[in-house]
Design a protein around this ligand. Structure first.
Ligand SMILES: [Cu+2]
Length: 358
């Protein structure tokens, strides 16, 4: 990487010097009898062909990206109820962008080639054409309005969490560089909390108000468990800087802002076990493990420990560059049946019992 960057810097320095020499040359243009700085027909033809060459180049690159990386974007296999709506919005937007880009790039480069300079050729002065103006104004207006309206509907549907559906309330607590989750306990009500109440000596790491009756049965965990099919309403807090709670498989993301509570709700629709069994996921995991196996061979050759095989798990990631260990700020999410969730919850320590007595 460093070598590549050094080479790039050298190339740019070379280009800069070359350009400066050229500018100097141009300032001398009037003095020389044979001025080779004015483009002739051959120069224009070469530039025209280069335009077509560049058009082919971007088309080839696009097709290669489709073939090599087309399966990487998350556009199917979502694990939340609102997921498919968001995915279809994404796919439609990308299809429109792809279509427009393919057509406009063709027009741009082809016209640059077709109307290249030629001796004796004169440009036609063309003031305006109302029909053309109308066409290229009305079509984008209709397409953009359609995208925006679909987007607004999808957004309102996702963001309006119906509290009457009795959503499970979970606090996501972000700090450099880890996540904690807090459940409201049997009453599903979170106790009040404030970073000013953090008391490390008593192991009150989230600053939960010890005097609040609602806080006594709160449960603080480092692995997020969610029952499948039940709406969840996340309340996000941050202890230090801006973080962003990103749960890609559930198509969910919300900033965690110090000093305020933000929220995001969704209903998980696929358990971890079910997701592991989908064909798409099995192929992805197989792919990752093939790469790991190859890397392990290299590691073993150097007498180092091989990599563990990968098994799929949902993740909560931080999606704001929040500091040096940002890349590793994550928490495992397990979506399971209500019974499994209840059994897990029963084993967790209540907040009141987790405090260090002094
Ligand atoms: Cu972060």
């Amino acid at each position: 990487m460093t070598t590549l960057l050094s080479i790039l810097v050298l190339v740019f320095i070379f280009v800069a010097i070359w350009q400066m020499v050229k500018i100097f040359d141009l300032t001398q243009a009037g003095k020389a009898s044979d001025n080779n700085q004015v483009a002739n027909d051959t120069d224009n033809r070469i530039n025209g062909y280069l335009m077509i060459g560049f058009l082919i180049f971007i088309y080839v690159i696009t097709i290669m990206c489709f073939v090599m990386y087309g399966d990487l974007p998350l556009t199917s296999n979502s694990a939340s109820e609102h997921g498919p709506g968001l995915d279809s919005l994404m796919v439609i937007s990308m299809a429109v962008i792809f279509f427009v880009q393919t057509v406009t790039q063709f027009l741009l480069h082809y016209f640059a080639y077709k109307y290249r300079g030629e001796k004796g050729k004169k440009a036609l002065f063309y003031a305006d054409n109302n029909t053309l103006e109308a066409i290229w104004t009305i079509i984008p207006v209709i397409v953009l309005a359609g995208l925006i309206i679909q987007g607004l509907f999808t957004w309102t549907e996702i963001m309006n969490v119906d509290e009457e559906n009795d959503p499970l309330i979970v606090e996501l607590y972000a700090q450099q560089f880890n996540w904690k989750a807090r459940y409201g306990g049997a009453d599903n009500q979170l106790g009040k909390a404030n970073v000013r109440l953090i008391d490390i000596d008593r192991a009150n790491i989230l600053g939960v108000d010890e005097a609040d009756p609602n806080a006594q049965d709160d449960v603080i965990v480092t692995e997020l468990h969610l029952p499948v099919g039940r709406p969840v309403l996340f309340k996000m807090r941050s202890q230090d800087v801006l973080h962003s709670a990103y749960m890609p498989h559930f198509r969910a993301q919300m900033n965690c802002v110090p000093g305020m509570i933000t929220q995001f709700g969704f209903t998980p629709s696929v358990t971890t076990v079910e997701m592991r069994e989908t064909q798409e996921m099995q192929e992805k995991v197989k792919n990752i493990n093939n790469i790991r196996r190859e890397k392990s061979k290299a590691l073993l050759a150097k007498n180092e420990d091989p990599l563990d095989p990968y098994t799929f798990d949902y993740l909560l990631l931080c999606n704001k560059i929040c500091g040096t260990s940002h890349y590793n700020m994550q928490m495992k999410i397990i979506v399971e049946t209500q019974e499994e969730y209840d059994a897990w919850m029963k084993e967790q320590k209540l907040f009141a019992n987790s405090l260090v007595k002094n």
